[in-house]
Ligand binder design. Structure first.
Ligand SMILES: Cc1ncc(COP(=O)(O)O)c(C=O)c1O
Length: 396
């Protein structure tokens, strides 16, 4: 009898899913077994989803908004998202530029599947968000890392883009504000990057999920510049801005002809959206809300706390985040890679993400989450500094 087999996508993605979170899962296992471990691995907002949003979702469910919905999204949500992005960009953005989707992650994957396939290539600034390899691999396209160097503040340059460029490239997967580095690209940098994409005929797939968590600098997007708008697709969600990742509510905004094409991919995968989530998201998009500013305040304070604490360590060099929920720390003076440092640190009571999960350029780093209260964070930093001290400075 012939053997059963699976499609190559399962092999391409095999090591790109939960394998990436091995330190995190090991920490969870040890915590369950009674170990004292402070977790600084994942970036789950540490404040509650605003209760008025939960109330709206509940009332909407009770009012019967639980049936099948159109694949593009509920009209009320499409309308407020079109208004939001029209206002932000000063351009004529309408409902047909919008696709409502369950989170940025789904939006990234659906847009990527709609843009490229085997034989194409995608430029991805390295370091990158841990799921990006999977997003590209799922499409069958080649993943082309573009070097962002820590010595240059992990900023994306046109020189690095030109050096990485291949003739088959069709998309630049851009993320600013950036996870894991927290770097925020300026309007001028975005302009130069946009011009590069124009020269080479590339899409800009712009992941803007941290738009509302910026501490230094100002948000800039290629979408908001008229000359780049026709080649830019924005993906975002309420996961971070409203501390609501479990609601899985996000969107893609782009040229109407592209949104039309991507809608068929979305419908094949999802068969529509959840009306009660759409109602709650309408409220989140329209009504003023202090969730993001509360988080931003806390994360900014914790960045200062970390910068001050690490200033006392000759071995650990923090990269100051200008946005987001994370800080990267260079551990190379300890003589260990980020991955070995993270594994060793588990035995000293702290779980952090190894840098290489975020690309080759983050190999010497670990990533610390800021989504933990100040006291616990201070305790974690003390443990990290002590562990680094025990390893010694291997570069002197
Ligand atoms: C850069 C980036 N993009 C996308 C996501 C996923 O966001 P969502 O919850 O909207 O799917 C995250 C989550 O941490 C992220 O950091």
């Amino acid at each position: 009898m012939a053997e059963l087999s699976t499609a190559s996508i399962t092999d391409r993605l095999a090591t790109l899913g939960s394998d990436r979170w091995a330190v995190h899962f090991e920490a969870r296992r040890r915590v369950k077994a009674g170990d004292d471990i402070i977790e600084l691995t994942i970036g789950e907002p540490d404040i509650a989803t605003p209760s008025h949003l939960i109330n709206i979702a509940e009332a909407s469910m009770r009012a019967g908004r639980t049936g099948y919905a159109g694949g593009k999204g509920e009209p009320n949500l499409l309308s407020v998202l079109a208004q939001k992005y029209a206002q932000r960009s000063g351009q004529d953005i309408r409902e047909d530029n919008v696709l409502a989707l369950p989170g940025t992650q789904a939006a990234l994957t659906i847009c990527m599947l709609s843009m490229v396939e085997k034989g194409d290539a995608v430029l991805v600034p390295d370091p990158y968000y841990a799921t990006y390899e999977g997003v590209v691999e799922a499409s069958g396209a080649d993943f082309i890392p573009v070097r962002m160097q820590s010595s240059n503040g992990f900023r994306l340059t046109v020189e690095a883009l030109e050096a990485a460029m291949v003739p088959t490239a069709k998309v630049l997967l851009l993320n600013s504000p950036h996870n894991p580095t927290g770097t925020v690209l300026t309007h001028e940098e975005i302009t130069e990057i946009g011009q590069f994409c124009e020269r080479h005929g590339l899409w800009i797939l712009s992941d803007e999920v941290y738009e509302s968590l910026i501490y230094e600098g100002a948000f800039a997007s290629a979408f908001d510049q008229p000359q780049f708008n026709p080649r830019t697709v924005v993906v975002s969600s309420i996961s971070k801005s409203h501390a609501a990742p479990g609601f899985r509510s996000g969107w893609a905004i782009g040229p109407s002809w592209f949104i039309d094409k991507a809608q068929s991919v979305a419908e094949t995968l999802l068969f529509g959206n959840q009306p009660f989530i759409a109602d709650m998201t309408v409220h989140a998009v329209v009504e003023p809300d202090d969730t993001a500013s509360l988080m931003a305040h806390a994360y900014q304070r914790r960045i200062a706390l970390l910068m001050e604490a690490f200033a006392n360590s000759p071995i650990l060099s923090p990269h100051k985040a200008a946005s987001g929920m994370f800080m990267m720390v260079d551990v190379s003076r300890s003589g260990l890679s980020g991955a070995d440092f993270a594994m060793g640190l588990l035995d000293h009571g702290v779980a952090v993400m190894p840098g290489d999960v975020f690309g080759q350029q983050a190999h010497d780093f670990v990533r610390l989450s800021l989504t933990i209260d100040d006291q616990k964070l201070s305790q974690a930093v003390e443990r990290i500094i002590l562990f680094a001290k025990s390893l010694g400075d291997k570069k002197t």
